[in-house]
Design a protein around this ligand. Sequence first.
Ligand code: UDP
Length: 468
Amino acid sequence: LNSMEKPHIAVIPSAGFTHLVPILEFSRRLFHLHPEFHITCFIPSVGAPPASSKAYLQTLPPTITSIFLTPITIEDHVADPAILALQIELSVSLSLPSIKQELKSLCSRAKVVALIVDVFANGALDFAKELNLLSYIYLPQSAMLLSLYFFSTKLDEILSSESRDPQEAIVIPGCVPILSKDLPLPFQNLSSLGYKGFLKRSKRFHVPDGVFMNTFLELEPGAIRAVQEMVKGKPRVYPVGPIIQRGSIGHENGVECLTWLDKQEPKSVLYVSFGSGGTISQDQLNELAFGLELSGQKFLWVVRAPSNLASAAYFGAESKDPLEFLPQGFLERTKKQGLVVPSWAPQIQVLGHSATGGFLSHCGWNSVLECVVQGVPVIAWPLFAEQSLNAAFLTDDLKVALRPTFSQSGLAEREEIAKVVRGLMDDKEGIEIRKRMELLKIAAANAIKEDGSSTKTLSEVATSLRCF
Ligand code: UDP
């Protein structure tokens, strides 16, 4: 078959590198297992497409075609984590006319069977009906988050009730009980735009034929079952993970990190990173520095310039040298104990390195899955989005993480940090945690084997696409 005769799948990510990679890694996996499909990806972008996105697209097989849509501009872009999701959705909404045009044109020249959209590109779902396509949302996150989306109307009533005790635990169906402070950021202010946006988005999950989530049966059995019960067959829900990026060491820090790790003892190093854009305040940066030093444990720390906005680095490049913000003399005093790199490390390779024994993480879902896949236990330090949900899941449900206590002032103080670092790297407790993580690592590998749960799920999807 030439490519136009093959059954086509149209894929719509959201704007920005971090929203492009997960859905394309999923596409790559689908294509790898079922090469009879051709995938065409229409990419919205705010301003010129980032170089990182372009470089990444070069790594895809030729049967995944990608087309950048006409870039849109957004005035008054503010870096506010509370409305990050809304801004991403807005950028997709502004691209809807060109998405529609491209989809129609593709349908006229190829046999398109399905439309798969990123969760923030849910605005494009309506075109599937018009064009008679099967439609799916790709949620690059957990079943716990999907359960929360489906539960959110009911939860809204519970949270709005005046008689509610704010200390009372919240039970998202199928999940470990959590405190309301661990609900995603928009829930911390029920009259905020972010919260209204969350509720609105939750309704969109009823529109498509199916929802894919980046998790696997053995990781979240309770939440997956609960979601299946809540939706009663429409949409179908498909756990297809763990899907993680293949590592790349293209970055300048890559070689330095890995050669340094080569010189360390097995499982002796704590890797410290807050994801692709997370930042902490100057005061917190100081406490973290002193805490790491005090712990006496080896560390590899990805430092970013401090900011009081936790998601500051998601927008715009960092202009300052992050190392300038470290306490005076810190680099000199810790030069035998740790390696500090500015802004970026090759995380996949770092987590896969035999010297890495723990990860102090902001608990973005990709980082969570990468830890699980590599069997690296966690110190959970969530910053924004649904990271605290993930932190609660790791700590209280899976019991593969420790979580520092934050003081009245909102800081994790140096003694507390030193205590959890030692607890994870050097204590009996840490050994038990590590054992549980090792079991998850095996389960994760099994889920994507030929007869694994997630592989079977994708085959089921491929069959419905073929028969459509
Ligand atoms: N990442 C990396 N090096 C870094 C920071 C992040 O390679 O220094 C990668 C990491 O491996 C993961 C992604 O960027 O795949 C971050 O995704 P996650 O969901 O954990 O957090 P987010 O960046 O979305 O907050």
